[in-house]
Write a protein that binds this ligand. Structure first.
Ligand SMILES: [Zn+2]
Length: 44
């Protein structure tokens, strides 16, 4: 799931699978759908 983190007064959204940060929650959610750290159905 997407996690939130505060940095320099701004909220960032992090992929729990790989730790990548996004400025928009939807961007992080979209990434997680394709991130092989989180999705077991992703094609290898
Ligand atoms: Zn990821």
């Amino acid at each position: 799931m997407v996690t939130t983190t505060k940095r320099n007064g701004s909220t960032w959204y992090a992929c729990e699978g790989c730790g990548m940060l996004f400025g928009e929650r939807q961007d992080a959610a979209d990434h997680e759908q394709a991130c092989d750290g989180e999705d077991p159905d992703y094609l290898q």
